[in-house]
Design a protein around this ligand. Structure first.
Ligand SMILES: [Fe+2]
Length: 236
């Protein structure tokens, strides 16, 4: 399994506070059968430049790597493989940055985008489409379940019509109030990537396994294909 959305990189955002916490989160991921973890801190373009963010991310990565290298070999071997990325808050002028490709999942042209938490403007879908066309990047929509309540069914339908890759949070399955909508979304093929969006070991811990168990029970074992798809995305 691959988790494409985590806040494990230490000291970057409202996720892991320090390398020790990051390592605990990575061990929890491995124990749940996650073989690859993408480290995807928040990037808010209205408060930080891409250049500044990338420098901070490189420093946090060095700090985490040093802490992992200091572990005994047998513990180090228990950790998942790591990859870098970012959760990029949508900004209409993103195509003008010129560095958007550096925010993609490493080695890919896939950019995780967090859409606004307010009613989407009618222009949004077109701007998103234009952004991808002009940059050659492909958008991966972060946690679609977080928009279930805010957006109209037609706004969600218009987004799905763009044929983007869409993530759904494990929490949408473990929380009873959103479970049936989440299952329906997966069943209809509108979300292809299960993610933890983990921030810590308490309120928002790594949780792919319990969500996967619920999905398998409700949708059948074939649903595991979701995870194979996530694995392939980072390998290509
Ligand atoms: Fe997130």
């Amino acid at each position: 399994m691959t988790d494409l959305h985590t806040h494990i990189l230490p000291g970057m955002d409202d996720g892991s506070k320090d390398p020790a916490m990051s390592i605990r989160m990575l061990i929890a991921q491995r124990e749940q059968g996650v073989g690859t973890v993408a480290l995807t801190p928040h990037f808010y373009p209205d408060t930080e430049s891409p250049d500044h963010f990338l420098k901070r991310r490189a420093a946090a990565w060095d700090t985490l790597r040093a802490a992992i290298d200091a572990l005994p070999a047998e513990e180090r071997d228990k950790l998942p493989r790591l990859s870098l990325g970012a959760e990029v808050a949508w900004a209409p002028r993103m195509s003008e940055w010129g560095r958007a490709e550096e925010l993609c999942y490493s080695g890919t042209n896939l950019l995780m985008i967090e859409l606004p938490f307010e009613r989407w403007d009618v222009q949004l879908h077109r701007l998103l489409y234009d952004f991808m066309r002009s940059t050659g990047l492909e958008a991966v929509i972060a946690h679609i379940d977080r928009y279930f309540k805010i957006q109209t069914p037609s706004a969600l339908k218009d987004l799905y019509a763009l044929n983007l890759r869409t993530q759904i949070s494990a929490e949408a399955f473990t929380r009873f109030s959103t479970r049936s909508h989440a299952l329906k979304t997966v069943r209809e093929g509108h979300a292809q990537l299960l993610i933890s969006d983990c921030h810590n070991m308490t309120g928002r811990p790594p949780n792919l396994r319990p969500a996967m168990d619920i999905m398998e029970k409700k949708l059948g074992r074939e649903v595991r294909g979701l995870f194979d798809y996530a694995d392939e995305l980072l390998e290509n």
